[in-house]
Design a protein around this ligand. Structure first.
Ligand code: AMP
Length: 485
């Protein structure tokens, strides 16, 4: 039974692979991915003592399934396609073996040996944080390159000499075109969250970047899904890649309790504030479809004395980093984010994910709720469902292969009108009784309450034609990052 399960898992490695690992048979439910493997310990992986020490200091006791499956073939020099959701430990799955290989084959002169491309600056910052942790005992330098901040520190970092660069494609291409980056010594390329990079229209930039890289290199591609487009990408950029796949995108973490609150649209702000009276909602990530929607909710919660930050593309890079830092430290209890800004954010111990606006695509739902229940922690994923969202909810239930429990908030008056704003001029402007009391700009009145349009320039899944706006935000404009050890 066990061996069958292992064999059926595409990440299956030959039994000989585990020989000598002091392997213990055990049932592992990792990151929503119930599989049975003979697990190994990190110390039996040939990563080198400094990396193993850093891994131990990070508190990792054993590799996650994607790490167990991906690290050995990467160490052996293979190209690799990794199909894994965020939250599976995929960053370490590629960073650890690349660092080990970089240390094993150090060039005579320092040069950029490794390049990681990722779709958003948040993800770049997160990968940087991981690399910094895993490489803390290694004499390696890294730089990050992303848009939305000044170019100069990034140029200075690249010129000073680094071993690894983590970048968004747009800004990196700008710097390459200005001849600030020399990739002639590159050996390792990672395309992280390749599916999102394609969705966001980064393919032309990626192609142009890859043109300046040496043909002989190891290319690793990570994606949450293996679509036809991703397969085409792997054929274009990879050589005889191995594929490892952990979990399915339609497989939300087992440790996440999923609940639906049916509520009329105008009551959503009050329902959120009501639920937040429960102190067990201590680290709450709220998803909205639009950035203005995120701002409105934040204002509403702040007016209820609930410390709230927002994360969306109208906020400056510093504001976004600050919001994440405050959320991670517990300084703010609620982070309200749009999908794209929250892409891949890694915050331990998120107690609740709230789909304030129900996502249009089932994959986005799975991705959103993957923010909680990470690393086997438990968490709740709550969705507000208006009558207009019912169709989307049913498709989601088909996608994940199960129904989601409907819940009623105790003590919440579902029939009530939303509280009227105290003595505000809007009260007399013809707003429907029960509409939310937070101030709203007049131009938004035409918007359907349950299906807010993404703001202009806001990236929307599968919406073509946003490439330019995206590029200028993620990679086109300013500069930032820097050289770090
Ligand atoms: P990622 O999928 O790379 O975003 O990683 C998700 C989270 O898992 C991060 O907080 C990592 O620090 C954590 N993590 C990665 N590898 C391990 C491991 N082997 N054991 C425990 N936690 C891990």
């Amino acid at each position: 039974m066990e061996s069958e399960q292992v064999k059926n898992d595409p990440s299956f490695l030959p039994r000989s692979f585990y020989a000598g690992w002091g392997a213990r048979k055990r049932r592992a439910i990792h990151w929503g991915c119930p599989i049975v493997l003979e697990l190994m310990s990190f110390s039996s992986l040939p990563l080198g003592p400094q990396i193993l020490q850093a891994v131990q200091e990070a508190g990792y006791t054993e590799p996650t399934p994607i790490q167990a499956a991906a690290i050995p073939p990467i160490l052996a020099g293979n190209d690799l396609i990794g199909i894994a959701q965020t939250g599976t430990g995929k960053t370490a799955a590629f960073v650890l073996p690349i660092l080990a290989r970089m240390m094993a084959e150090r060039p005579a002169k320092q040069c950029i040996q490794a390049l990681v491309l990722a779709p958003t600056r948040e993800l770049v910052a997160q990968i940087e944080e991981n690399v910094r942790g895993y490489a803390k005992h290694l004499p390696l330098q890294m730089a990050t390159v992303f848009g939305g901040v000044g170019e100069k520190p990034q140029i200075a970092a690249l010129r000073a000499g680094v071993d690894m660069v983590v970048a968004t494609p747009g800004r990196l291409l700008d710097l390459i075109q200005q001849r600030h980056a020399d990739f002639s010594g590159l050996k390792y390329l990672v395309l992280d969250e390749a599916d999102r990079m394609l969705d966001m229209g980064f393919l032309p930039q990626i192609r142009r970047i890859i043109k300046v890289l040496p043909k002989k290199r190891q290319t690793l591609l990570f994606s949450a899904t293996l679509s036809r487009e991703i397969e085409a990408l792997t054929q274009e950029f990879q050589h005889n890649p191995r594929t490892v796949q952990i979990g399915r995108r339609s497989n939300p973490a087992e440790t996440v309790t999923q609940l639906v609150y049916e509520v009329r649209s105008h009551l959503k702000p009050s329902l959120l504030a009501h639920l937040l009276q429960d102190p067990s909602y201590n680290t709450v990530l709220v998803f909205t479809r639009t950035k203005h929607g995120a701002d409105r909710i934040a204002r509403k919660l702040e007016s209820c004395q609930i410390k709230t930050a927002t994360l969306h593309s109208n906020r400056s890079q510093n504001q976004r980093l600050r919001a994440l830092k405050d959320f991670k430290s517990g300084e703010v209890r609620v982070l309200v984010a749009t999908d794209i800004a929250a892409r891949g954010i890694d915050v331990d111990g998120i107690s609740h994910v709230v789909n304030y606006d129900f996502p249009m695509h089932a994959e986005d739902y799975v991705h959103r709720i993957g923010r909680t229940g990470r690393a086997q922690a438990v968490g709740d994923a709550i969705s507000f469902i208006t009558p207009e969202d019912m169709g989307a909810l049913r498709s989601l239930e088909r996608f994940i292969g199960r129904g989601i429990v409907r819940k009623k908030a105790e003590g919440f008056d579902y029939e009530a009108s939303a509280p009227a704003a105290p003595a505000r001029p809007e009260q007399s402007t013809g707003r429907r009784s029960g509409e939310q009391s937070t101030p709203r700009p007049a131009q938004r009145t035409s918007q359907k309450p349950s299906q807010p349009r993404p703001e202009s320039g806001e990236w929307s899944p599968r919406r073509p034609g946003n490439q330019v706006a995206r590029r200028s935000r993620n990679g086109g404009g300013g500069g930032g990052g820097g050289r770090r050890r």
